[in-house]
Design a protein around this ligand. Structure first.
Ligand code: UFG
Length: 326
């Protein structure tokens, strides 16, 4: 296949690029490098530019015979989306509409879209299936849900086929530690805790110890970034074999509290994670755990690295490598 990966220089996108190349596919990337890094793409051709630029899309779609598009590029910080929703609706919704229109006009498809567990909001049932009500708590989750709605409507009206993949907590790194997580600023639990353990940060703030969970800290479903990447490839194959437009949840189906993650980090690294207790962070549901049985059934998806310890080992190897010799 020849696959266009939009946002292929970012955390999850770069792992898909690696997986596509390993499986012998051709890769073209559009990335404006606003949060990605050119050297995160382990191959393929990079077109540096804005995925909301219609002229660029016309050029790319005219010049290339594509078998599919995977769209990762978006803004992802929940708290920023609350203070600047316009920025989120513009980038995540408006620019994505431009992309969908261009794909439709050039008869390019199918599309795999990076969605999120944030579309559900505060869960009413755990584990969360695809039919769980969607009620996002913030503009970030709302922006992703709006695109899912557009995709359903594009299918009904134009026969435009897509799969939305709702990630729970992406974590870990390439098992060979060539690429991994590098957000700027970093807001995610595992990289921040690893950096605190290494002494690169003073301490990890634990956002709330008064939730109604096993130990009072929030529970999340951590999924290895390479398992996420594999799901994208399977979703493309599913659509190319005639699969219907739909959304799948992607997680391991097992929840770990912040405290349990910190204990696993201490076990893996042999280091202590300095922590400070802090108030709850706005918009954090107490528990988010996926029911990913539909992805298993319809995509044949099987995670290779479902153990939290393995996920953290890979994140740790990457974190040490990017810090250089100590
Ligand atoms: N946490 C801390 N301290 C930190 C960072 C995080 O205690 O410094 C806690 C959070 O409060 C939360 C847990 O660790 O309880 C995980 O937080 P992350 O920021 O790593 O991940 P989130 O669950 O907030 O968010 C992730 C994605 C979002 C997505 C969401 C949906 O980053 O894009 O999952 O499940 F919307």
């Amino acid at each position: 296949m020849k696959v266009l990966v939009i946002g292929g220089c970012g955390y999850i996108g770069s792992h898909l690029v690696s997986r596509l190349l390993t499986n012998g596919h051709n890769v073209l990337i559009i990335d404006d490098l606003s949060s990605g890094y050119a050297d995160s793409a382990l191959g393929g051709e990079i077109q540096v530019g804005d995925f909301g630029d219609r002229k660029l899309l016309d050029l790319v779609f005219t010049k290339n015979n594509l078998d599919g598009v995977v769209h990762f590029a978006s803004l992802i910080q929940v708290s920023e989306s609350v203070v600047d929703p316009a920025k989120y609706y513009y980038t995540n919704v408006s620019k994505t509409l431009t992309l969908l229109q261009a794909m439709k006009d050039h008869n390019v498809g199918p599309l795999i879209f990076s969605s999120t567990a944030a579309v559900f909001g505060e869960p009413v049932d755990i584990p969360i299936t695809e039919v769980h009500p969607t009620s996002p708590l913030n503009p970030y989750g709302a922006s992703k849900l709006m695109v899912e709605q557009m995709l359903r409507d594009f299918d009904l009206a134009y026969g435009f086929r897509s799969v939305s993949l709702r990630y729970f907590n992406a974590a870990g790194a390439d098992p060979e530690a060539r690429i991994g997580e590098r957000h700027e600023p970093e807001t995610h639990l595992i990289p921040i805790a690893l950096q605190a353990a290494m002494g690169k940060r003073p301490a990890l703030k634990v956002f709330g110890r008064d939730y109604d969970t096993c130990d009072g800290t929030c529970v999340r479903d951590y999924i290895h970034v390479d398992d996420l990447a594999c799901a994208h490839l399977l979703a493309l194959e599913y659509l190319n074999k005639g699969g219907q437009t739909t959304a799948f949840n992607l997680g391991n189906g097992e929840g770990f509290s912040v405290q349990q993650v910190l204990e696993t980090i201490e076990k893996v690294t042999g280091l202590q994670v300095p922590t400070i207790d802090a108030p709850r962070r706005d918009g954090d549901p107490a528990r988010l755990v996926a029911d990913a049985s539909a992805a298993r059934k319809y995509l044949g998806w099987r995670p290779n690295y479902s153990e939290l310890e393995t996920i953290i080992q890979h994140a740790w190897a990457w974190e040490q490598k990017r810090s250089g010799p100590t």
